[in-house]
Design a binder for this molecule. Sequence first.
Ligand code: SF4
Length: 70
Amino acid sequence: MKIICDEKICVKCLACVTESEFGGVFFERGRIFFDETRPEDWENIFAICPVGAIKKSVTEVTDNVSKFSD
Ligand code: SF4
């Protein structure tokens, strides 16, 4: 699992950093970083973000859903 912070919507409130217990989330050079190898309660960290900026990065989201309307 890869975790990303959407920089465009993150308000740098640092709630995620505070919530992280094992150094899995840290703030450096004005950005939020994640260390997915740490045993954090990730679901809790995703939930704590007030703007929903923390996301699990999904590999290759291809838009191959075809819509047939008539
Ligand atoms: S909790 Fe969300 S908005 Fe706050 S610093 Fe973390 S990623 Fe940014």
